[in-house]
Design a protein around this ligand. Structure first.
Ligand code: CA
Length: 664
């Protein structure tokens, strides 16, 4: 196949010949100086700058309204040598809306708010001029994230705004809004805490917000329709989503409320991660990118169509200078303007390694404790050099960046390709090496046979903090539904046992544990596999379940407390994992056991023994002889000890985990 970069360079060159642009040099587009931002307020002027090097004319439209009416002024911009088009207007235009319009050859493109719009009117069609300094909540300058000093100390909780608070059982006033995460003292009907208090009670360190930038699929003009979408259809990357604000028509409201949310979470001791979807746009053709420099920001196929590794109609081209700069500037902006503490990159495998490493570097300059992780895959093969992509297999080349382990996930719950097939819990197939792969944090460990690990034949993480351990997320069936579908709809007692066992594997694995909101209160999604646009009655979390399934909630809470109390489960380096983690022999495909020896990571316990029994009957397992207390057994967790064991052999109940600590 022809090198894609050559094709694009030729396209750009063709454009320039067509428009008579004299700034192009051998087909390279001139790069914009300084920031990509498009509007700047000074004391006396409002300045605009729109990067469109292949255009031969650009105008700026000014409006009084964010969606309706004709422009009250249209201004011709002047070409600048760096490929941008500029103008400076006297006065402070705060409160005014604007769009750009570029002419390529003889064709006028449609209006666009620009790629970097920081504020918009309803549904994001027009950008808005706002004074960010005036939108900060009280005490914002003192707002400080409670960032853990090590990525291994992070506990992630993935949350969709609407799922989390829309059900009346949340007891929250601003249901489905950013402001839901600012309300304190909320409870379900029986008085159990919900909202931000629930998160504190559970003990997670970071909430991972599903798409919260401006996306397309929910009509912000008609919130009374209660439309639902996950939001993986980006429109404006640098603007908060309007439907989660209390007034999407006023551009300042979503900004203020988003900041209030972050501040309230920080005050509760919780960090905030954003799910970012730079890999594709909701619609390439009508996107700000394509209406600025057509053909530049996207990878194209040889036939001229959009390449589509996202499975959503297009894929962006992070390897191109301005797309790369856009991504770097965008994340930095979210950190600086909104005090965001981490990023989850959707289909990170569509981006190139250089871009991801540049993002890491830019964030390191602000704080090396800002977490970055992503999906180390794409929906199909990206139209760029395979060796350059930020895929899971290349994670070792991206220090400080983590990827989800589908090896561990699918070994526990069964393959993503078949909801009805169980994994480890079916005890049909030997998946122990894949489970061990996750326990070790995807690093090289001498006791793992990589030829038997699913989806990979080698360790892909250089350090354990580069692996996210999980069994469920928003994609596919949630854990309860998956256990039902894959194990012949067992009774509720059995589902709870398996649910606990699954998450015990997640939380005792090295790396960074991740749970999907509501799993701790026995969430189900009515067996729906892909709920991206399912109504609230499928997606909403019923908070009365927190009372009904109190025992399960306390188990999750216990797992988090256990992990926090024992540094052995969150060792800081691959060398420490190799030194302290010892897998124990097992001749049963339904049993995985390991020990964390020699006060691993400075742990108070000289040795911790962990045993998972997926069998539907009890098993006896050999362990290193010693005196232990059981901190997790029979579906209960008690850090002070449930009972003692003085033996070299222990019995583990059917479908249970047993965790023993010595020397407490
Ligand atoms: Ca929107």
């Amino acid at each position: 196949m022809k090198n894609i970069q050559t094709i694009i360079t030729m396209c750009a060159f063709t454009f320039c010949l067509a428009c008579g642009c004299t700034n192009c040099n051998n087909g390279q587009l001139p790069l914009k100086e300084g920031s990509l931002e498009e509007v700047y307020l000074t004391e006396t002027t409002t300045d605009f700058s729109f990067w469109a090097p292949t255009a031969n004319e650009v105008v700026l439209n000014l409006y009084h309204d964010g969606a309706k009416g004709e422009p009250f002024n249209t201004i011709k911009l002047k070409r600048h040598k760096d490929g941008s088009w500029r103008t400076s207007i006297e006065g402070n235009l705060t409160g005014i809306f604007y769009t750009f319009k570029a002419k390529i050859g003889e064709k006028w493109l449609e209006e666009t708010p620009g790629i970097f719009a920081r504020a918009t009117g309803v549904n994001g069609a027009r950008a808005a001029i706002v004074d960010f300094r005036a939108l900060n909540p009280q005490g914002w300058d003192e707002d400080k994230a409670p960032l853990p000093s090590s990525f291994n100390d992070i506990i992630l909780y993935e949350l969709h705004h609407r799922d989390f608070s829309i059900d009346p059982s949340s007891g929250i006033t601003n249901r489905g809004k950013f402001l839901a995460l600012t309300e304190k003292g909320t409870t379900n009907a029986k008085g159990a805490s919900t909202g931000i208090d629930h998160l504190k009670e559970l003990g997670v360190t970071h909430i991972h917000l599903m798409p919260s930038y401006d996306y397309s699929s929910v009509d912000e003009e008609h919130l009374e329709r209660n439309e639902y979408n996950w939001g993986y259809d980006p429109v404006n990357y640098n603007t908060p989503e309007g439907s989660y604000s209390t007034d999407p028509f006023d551009p300042t409201v979503r900004i203020k409320e988003f900041k209030q949310m972050v501040k309230a979470l920080h005050e509760a001791g919780i960090c905030v991660v954003m799910d970012v979807v730079y890999n594709h746009l909701s619609d390439a053709g009508s996107s700000a990118f394509e209406r600025s420099v057509p053909g530049y920001f996207f990878r194209m196929k040889e036939d001229g169509g959009y390449a589509d590794a996202s499975g959503c109609g297009n894929e962006t081209a992070s390897e191109r200078e301005m797309m790369r700069r856009f991504m770097v500037e965008s994340v930095v902006r979210w950190v600086k303007e909104y005090h965001i503490d981490g990023f989850r990159f959707d289909l990170m495998g569509i981006h190139d390694i250089t871009t991801m490493n540049q993002i890491r570097k830019a964030l390191d300059e602000i704080s090396p404790n800002i977490v970055i992780y992503g999906e180390g895959w794409a929906a199909s093969t990206p139209a760029f050099d395979a060796d350059s992509m930020a895929m899971k297999a290349n994670i070792y080349r991206m220090p400080g960046i983590a990827a989800f382990s589908d090896e561990l996930r699918d070994a526990i719950r069964g393959p993503f390709s078949n909801d009805e097939k169980a994994g480890f819990f079916a005890v049909e197939e030997d998946l122990r090496e894949s489970i061990k792969f996750g326990i070790a944090g995807a690093i090289e460990h001498p006791q793992i046979d990589y030829s038997k690990v699913n989806y990979t034949d080698r360790a892909w993480a250089a350090e354990p903090s580069q692996m996210i351990s999980y069994v469920s997320c928003h994609d596919d069936l949630c854990l309860v539904d998956r256990i039902k579908a894959s194990l012949g709809n067992p009774d509720e007692k059995e589902i709870i046992k398996l649910d606990k066992l699954a998450q015990t594997i997640v939380f005792t694995s090295q790396g960074i544990p991740f749970i999907y909101a509501g799993e701790e209160v026995f969430r189900n999604k009515k067996g729906v596999h892909n709920t991206f646009k399912s109504p609230d009655d499928v997606n909403a979390i019923n908070w009365n379940n927190k009372t009904r399934y109190r025992d399960l909630f306390e188990y999750y809470q216990g797992l988090i407390a256990l992990r926090k109390a024992h540094p052995a489960f969150r060792l800081a380096s691959a060398d420490l994992v190799r030194k302290h983690l010892e897998f124990l022999p097992s001749d049963n495909i339904g049993v995985v056991a390991f020990a964390l020896n020699a006060n691993a990571g400075g742990d108070v316990s000289e040795r911790i023994v962990v045993i998972f029994n997926a069998n539907d009957q009890k098993v006896d397992v050999d362990i290193p002889a010693g005196d232990y207390i059981a901190v997790c057994a029979k579906g209960k967790i008690d850090l002070a000890g449930l009972f003692t064991v003085s033996s070299d052999r222990v019995r583990v109940g059917a479908r249970e985990a047993l965790i023993l600590c010595s020397n407490l």
